[in-house]
Design a protein around this ligand. Structure first.
Ligand code: C2O
Ligand code: CU
Length: 461
């Protein structure tokens, strides 16, 4: 059952009149998730408020936190001036609930609703975001965390969800720069912001005590920025990537790279004493700065602990049958300073300048538009290996919907992920078990690249 916006507002009004909370469940059993415009104090105090698009008017959107195996019911109520849909990034979901406008559903028009209803088979750190004109809608703020809790809480003192993002703010007005279709951004590294936030805050500062063990759930919600991070005043272990637990926690020795859409779950032990600096440092730029600062307030009750145990594995940590896997090739080309001089657009071969004039700068297997036919059709249960050649001078963050993969480049067996960062001119190979039937998008998560040529899909029948 769906409601029009008018009905929803009437219902909400009625609920308010009865003294019920506004977020009362709709008759379908789904909790509303309202996309709407709002003004936030995103910039420091003293600067103007910024108009954003947010889930329930907030950035990040309302956190959705459920136990593993739970049923999630959310009714998208679109109160925006344009059509939208919600993608539940990294969830092994029923295809009809995947939220991809134009592939798994029609975009939900202003004033209309859509009932999302799915279960979450895997524990871990996931997120949700708009999947219609994503490069505009995500940049305007349509993103939030989706946290699936393990049946037994791991031994940590606190669990912190940290959504890293950036904003391109027009300094004159304090508003989100309305420059989404700029060829310069599309054809280079994508839209990078001039204002970096965590959970919608510049200079997020948390408090902690020495020897506290914190779980930090890092989510990169930026359109195109790759975050480079280091730990200061703490020791850490990577315990999960893209939601999926590592077989063994990996001590953090070096810079952590977090590509668009990727997640890293860390356990960190605060080693700094009171007054000493502790931070998740952003080392993207020449001058590192605290992406998240921790004020150490003293000695906690805990003494230093032994290294953490691994998180429990999720139900499907597939081992792959590479010898019998279906081989697939994905050739990435285009962009500024690239070699691509022609590609197919809507069935016709076009030169780079014609492509650019139509808003396309990249191609996958020499096709620039989202193709009508899938990259490959796999039978349920097939194993597939995809050799991805990045013949461009930019890194890309390739994301497969519906199924996690492992990197298998040159004999390696990576941990399960849903988004792979591929450097310029690299060839990398991923493999997965095609166990989820449906039409699954496969695209670069640098959202300007996805919008201008780097989107394809595959089918599992
Ligand atoms: Cu997180 Cu197709 O996206
Ligand atoms: Cu890309």
């Amino acid at each position: 059952m769906t409601y029009t916006r008018r009905t929803f507002l009437a219902l909400a009004g009625a609920a308010a009149g009865l003294g019920l909370p506004l977020r009362a469940q709709s008759l379908s059993g789904a909790i509303p998730l309202v996309t709407r415009e709002a003004s936030l104090q995103l910039l420091p105090n003293g600067y103007p408020q910024t108009r954003i698009w947010g889930y329930d008017g907030a950035v990040p959107g309302t956190e959705i936190r459920v136990p593993q195996g739970a049923r999630v019911q959310r009714q998208l109520v679109n109160d925006l001036p344009e059509a939208t849909s919600v993608h539940w990034h990294g969830i092994r979901i029923d295809n009809v609930m995947d939220g991809v406008s134009g592939l798994t559903q029609d975009a939900v028009r202003p004033g209309e609703t859509f009932d999302y209803d799915f279960t979450v088979p895997d524990a871990g750190t996931y997120w949700y975001h708009a999947h219609n004109r994503s490069y505009v809608q995500v940049a305007r703020g349509l993103r939030g965390a989706l946290i699936v809790e393990e049946p037994h809480a791991p031994d940590v003192d606190r669990d912190e969800v940290l959504i890293l993002d950036d904003w391109l703010i027009d300094p004159e007005t304090g508003q989100i720069a309305d420059t989404f279709d700029q060829p310069m951004m599309m054809s280079h590294g994508g839209r990078s912001g001039n204002y970096v936030t965590t959970n919608g805050q510049y200079n997020l500062t948390l408090t902690a005590q020495r020897n506290d063990r914190l779980r930090l759930r890092l989510i990169n919600a930026a359109n195109a920025r790759i975050f480079a991070l280091r730990l200061q005043g703490m020791t850490g272990w990577t315990v999960a990537l893209d939601g999926m637990p590592l077989a063994q926690p990996q001590p953090v020795a070096d810079t952590l790279l977090l590509g668009p859409a990727q997640r890293i779950d860390l356990f960190v032990d605060i080693t700094a004493a009171q007054g000493e600096p502790a931070a998740l440092l952003n080392v993207d730029t020449n001058e590192p700065f605290p992406q998240v600062a921790f004020t150490v307030t003293g000695q906690g009750a805990q003494v230093a602990r032994a290294a953490p145990a691994a998180l429990p594995p999720n139900p499907r940590m597939d081992l792959l049958d590479l010898a019998n896997a279906t081989p697939v090739k994905l050739y990435m080309s285009g962009g500024a300073m690239g070699r691509m001089n022609a590609a197919v657009l809507n069935g016709e071969r076009k030169g780079f300048r014609q492509l650019a004039a139509a808003g396309y700068f990249w191609a996958l297997n020499d096709v620039a538009n989202m193709p009508d036919t899938p990259l490959t059709t796999l039978s349920r249960g097939d194993h597939a290996r995809v050799a991805i050649t990045n013949d461009t001078v930019f890194p890309h963050a390739m994301h497969l919907h519906g199924m996690h993969f492992r990197e298998v480049t040159q004999g390696k067996t990576g941990s399960m992920r849903d988004t792979l960062l591929i450097g310029a001119n690299e060839t990398r190979e991923i493999a997965f078990v095609a166990d989820n039937p449906g039409k699954w998008l496969f695209h670069c998560h640098m959202l300007e690249h996805a919008a201008s040529g780097m989107t394809t899909w595959l089918e599992v029948t």
